[in-house]
Design a protein around this ligand. Sequence first.
Ligand SMILES: [Zn+2]
Ligand SMILES: [Zn+2]
Length: 239
Amino acid sequence: MFVGDYHTHTRYSDGKGSVLENAAMAKARGLTELAITDHCFHLFGRRKDKFRRLTIECAEAKRLTGVNVIAGVEADVISLEGDIDLTPQQLAEVEYLVVGFHKFAPPKSVSDFFKMYFVTYFNGLIPTSAAAKARNTAAVIAALERYPVKVLAHLGHSLKVNVGEVARVCAERGVLVEINAKHLRDFKGEWQALNESGANFILSSDAHRPSEVGALEKAFQTAVEEGISPHRIVNYRGE
Ligand SMILES: [Zn+2]
Ligand SMILES: [Zn+2]
């Protein structure tokens, strides 16, 4: 019923399993494709270059399981100008680019930390101001315009943005809006805007342990209950 899971983590960043373990679970759940999308700040942080090893392991897991294992990354928007945490050379090696925002990713500058990151540490306690939300929205849209983003991860999670406005840009640019099994709550009150944006969607487990790989049913059910047509979910293939 699902073709693939395109947002999963391994020990290459903060996941608990190996590439092969994720691939084995994908196969057990009947998926034909799997993307490993570890965090860039783990893969490429300070003189590290784990991405090449990850690529080799993905090819090996593909050979052993028959699942098409794609070496991707989950990059971060790290500035108000929409910079992401990949150099142009690194970007050239990456064929599957998922972009999100994580408050633990190193910001580009001190000013970005105070203007963009700081308030995300107090989500739920301090509301994001309308001005900050507009700045954040512009930052995410700039990233979509500057980079070959395939999937926008957990839109509206942590970094507060105008979800409908960002989703409309995703629709224009052919970027898939992720329906993340771990962050369904962030779409509360936003489903109608998402639906009206015209964007297409992709279901992701955002698995951080092998047992979670391919567990997409709940996200699928929620999306459909909220009015998203299954035809707009690219990794769903009917019964
Ligand atoms: Zn993430
Ligand atoms: Zn993730």
